[in-house]
Design a protein around this ligand. Sequence first.
Ligand code: G3H
Ligand code: 13P
Ligand code: ZN
Length: 318
Amino acid sequence: MIVATKQLFSHAYGKYAIGAYNINNLEQTMGLFQGNIDSKAPFIIQLSKGARSYTNKKMLEAMIRTADEIFPDAIFAVHLDHGDEETCMDCIKSGFYSSVMIDASAEPFEKNIEITKRVVDAAHARGISVEAELGKLGGVEEHVSVAEADAKLTDPAQAEEFVKKSGCDSLACAIGTSHGAFKFSGSQGLHFDVLAAIQKRLPGFPLVMHGSSSVPQDEVARINAAGGQLKGAKGVNADEFKRAATLGVTKINIDTDGRLVWCRVHRESFRDDPKNFDLRPPGKVFMKEYAKFIAEKNVKLGSAGKLEDVRVMLKSAK
Ligand code: G3H
Ligand code: 13P
Ligand code: ZN
């Protein structure tokens, strides 16, 4: 069942985080639904601009609708990940999305507010909520001075002003993470001090953590042992998710880790069975492994086991 993102947020806020997983194809879709059902978790499906044009956005929508029929117990929201203004408007008009993300974080502060506000006005007119972004995502390297590091992270006072002026419903904050498999070069981690300061200024307001893949070292080692070259890849400590959730992080975005599962399964499959040219054997293994990965991630997020509570909340809200 597709539900409003804000309904999931209101249930999770301060207690656990909802996993927001990017999908691109059939195997990921099947594994994603299976993993969330196995772990009894509500979840968010994220579609990026690149995913929408990988085949055709209609193909993705059709796969999600069909998965909803195959897994009738699933409760999830559909979200546009890192949208520009044009893509946000397209998703808002389509009527398929629970929420959109407008990412104007590369723009100056006032321009970011202006663009976000236009998307918010269009989205709210149709009952859709909006995630915006403030700050520059990117791992803060050890050689970077404190002043330079602070400039990259979200400024708590600006976050408060941004939310009030733009009217957005959730905010992606830069607290030291970055996208992809190479997040940290040393012992850096999440800036919980910044997160706490943002929550103090925006109590009860859902915050979003992008770039939250853990890049498990055993996964990287298996990929490299099967011919990959991911030396030095490093991610976020998943044991910190629950602490982030108590500080207002309600949505945690994970894409890279799922890609690593895909990479490991396919590299090992072709290494171990070089005569195989059939797509189904590795595809079958991938769906199973992806489901396992999702279920394990939901335990770290605290969303595992929350599905029936969310169902009860949705029923009582009717
Ligand atoms: O943050 C970006 C997500 O990982 C989606 O990546 O734009 O390559 O689909 P993508
Ligand atoms: P990762 O690259 O850490 O998986 O982050 C994904 C993300 O933030 C999607 O918006
Ligand atoms: Zn992101």
